[in-house]
Design a protein around this ligand. Structure first.
Ligand code: AMP
Ligand code: MG
Length: 501
């Protein structure tokens, strides 16, 4: 692998990792190489799409310049604090500078046990590896900041879960792997010197704009709040449910990370939860903004020693200011959410009534009398047809889909008047709506179908097809019509995803 590694994390952040080697695996086979991403990184994709590439991405033969390490971090998981989690089945290979001059981490997931594995086997099964590949690429194509898969390999091993499954390793590319939990790890140990080092490192790498500020650590908190508010607004506006928003799964970079029990919502219902272990609905669709805010409060707590110094040594003052910044989260979130909603509704200008216009459209999508809500993705897509004055009454049009006719009758004239007030050509407005409202999302039944074919039959055709659908989510293609529609209510009832597999 012709890569120039420059491993700043290992160089600068001693105490936040342990050097560790990937386990040898018997029979690596390359399942998928991400050619586009490989080229971004300056890799020779053709040369890597080979048996030699499989050896590399399985961790058997590492390229020069890598210095594999397992990262240490802590985290609140479902509200309970663990002072030590860490990479139990992941390793950071190192960092490279991509073709846009951006520093990117390259890491393995599923590369064997580490000192942080606790009871786990350090392995990953093929299904979850492919799920992370698919959903990461889908998020990327939707324009949402995310870690991405560079490669997936099978290892020739069997991993034991509820049943025996093919083992796999995912190679993941990220802006960095620093999490809220990385700060919590040091805070829990009272290691202020390293805490400061980590904060300075994060500012250098992800928030250079706050570097010269008078109070850079308060500015870091403010900037992270805004970046996370934007990320969560992005999730909400495509119906994404992360499923396990623990503080160890919240990045400082503002990228989405760790696609475990995540899933996209089909039928609109704000209380939707897919994860089997999320019995209380802590990470339900509608709870994501307040949970992000809660996680950010944990970040502020970890940062408190540095904030106190910036407050002239007065901790009470530091707490008060941090609380003010955290209280702004909701406002940041609503601003990003509304900007996204305006785009989804075809609006380019701002009007005071837009907030109510957006929330009323959503409220009307909710299920009636115990029935299913309207399909979240298609409702916005079909609304683009109505913007052009067509499709509303067709058998596949908005009216059929929406369900709540009375709500739609009340809402449509308001929206149409608002749309006309912008004075733009309807075709242009519809095209703008189609450029932000996807026709294809990773539908749960399609993801499961692709994973099952690969896992049970070694058939990767459904995975490849779904991947190519998801890579262009806004372009309707006649041959993929079947990927645009939701599962029937019968098929999707009780759909569950599983964590930590
Ligand atoms: P995740 O749910 O993937 O974010 O993982 C939460 C924590 O559990 C992290 O510290 C992981 O490294 C660890 N973990 C998850 N699965 C395994 C496994 N199979 N073996 C060892 N550690 C694991
Ligand atoms: Mg994690």
């Amino acid at each position: 692998m012709n890569l120039q590694f420059d491993n700043s994390y290992a160089r600068d952040l001693e105490g936040l990792y342990v050097p560790w080697k990937a386990a040898e695996v018997p029979e690596p086979k390359l399942v998928r190489l991400n050619h586009g991403l490989a080229e971004e990184l300056g890799l020779d994709a053709k040369a890597l799409d080979s048996a030699a590439g499989a050896q590399i991405f399985a961790g058997n033969k590492l390229p020069g310049g890598t210095a594999t390490i397992a990262l240490a971090y802590a985290g609140h998981q479902f509200g309970g604090f663990s002072p030590q989690l860490g990479d139990g089945r992941a390793l950071l290979l190192g960092e490279v500078i991509d073709n846009k001059g951006k520093r990117r981490d390259i890491a393995f997931k599923g590369s064997g046990r580490t000192p942080f594995s606790r009871g786990g086997d350090g392995k990953a099964a093929l299904g979850p590896v492919l799920r992370e590949y698919l959903i990461g690429e889908a998020m990327h194509a939707l324009g949402i900041p995310t870690t991405r898969a560079l490669a997936a390999v099978t290892t020739g091993e069997i991993v034991r879960r509820e049943r025996n499954l093919p083992g796999a390793v995912l190679t993941r590319v990220a802006a960095s792997h620093i999490r809220v939990g990385s700060f919590q790890f040091l805070a829990a140990r009272g290691d202020e010197a390293r805490l400061k080092k980590l904060a300075d490192y994060v500012i250098d790498r992800h928030y250079p704009e706050v570097k010269g500020a008078q109070q850079p650590y308060f500015e870091l908190l403010r900037a992270l709040c805004d970046r996370q508010a934007k990320l969560i607004a992005n999730w909400i506006n495509v119906g994404f449910i992360h499923g396990v928003m623990n503080t160890d799964n919240m990045t400082l970079s503002g990228e989405t990370i760790d696609y475990g029990p995540c899933a996209f919502m089909d039928h609109y219902n704000p209380a939707t939860v897919f994860s089997s272990i999320d019995e209380q609905g802590r990470y339900a669709y509608v709870n994501q903004p307040p949970i992000a805010n809660w996680n950010l409060a944990r970040f502020a707590e970890a940062l408190l020693p540095l904030l106190t110094v910036e407050s002239g040594g007065e901790q009470d003052k530091a707490v008060e200011r941090a609380m003010e910044i955290l209280a702004d989260f909701q406002q940041h979130y609503e601003r990003h959410w509304l900007a996204g909603m305006r785009r989804k509704l075809g609006l380019t200008r701002e009007d005071e009534a837009d907030f109510a216009l957006a929330t009323d459209f959503l409220a009307g999508m909710e299920g009636q009398d115990g029935g299913a809500g309207a399909d979240f993705t298609l409702a916005f897509r079909r609304l683009a047809d109505v913007a052009e004055g067509r499709g509303e009454l067709s058998p596949f049009g908005l009216r059929k889909l929406y369900g709540n006719a009375a709500a739609l009758d009340a809402w449509l004239p308001r929206w149409q008047a608002r749309l006309q007030s912008e004075g733009l050509a309807p075709e242009k407005q519809a095209a703008a709506m189609r450029a932000v409202n996807p026709v294809y999302i990773p539908r749960n039944h399609r993801v499961e179908e692709a994973l099952a074919a690969a896992t049970d039959l070694g058939d990767y055709a459904p995975f490849e097809r779904l991947l190519s659908v998801l890579q262009q989510p806004f372009d309707e293609r006649i041959e993929f019509a079947a990927y645009a529609t939701p599962a029937t209510m019968e098929e999707s009832r009780g759909y569950q995803t599983f964590c930590g597999t």
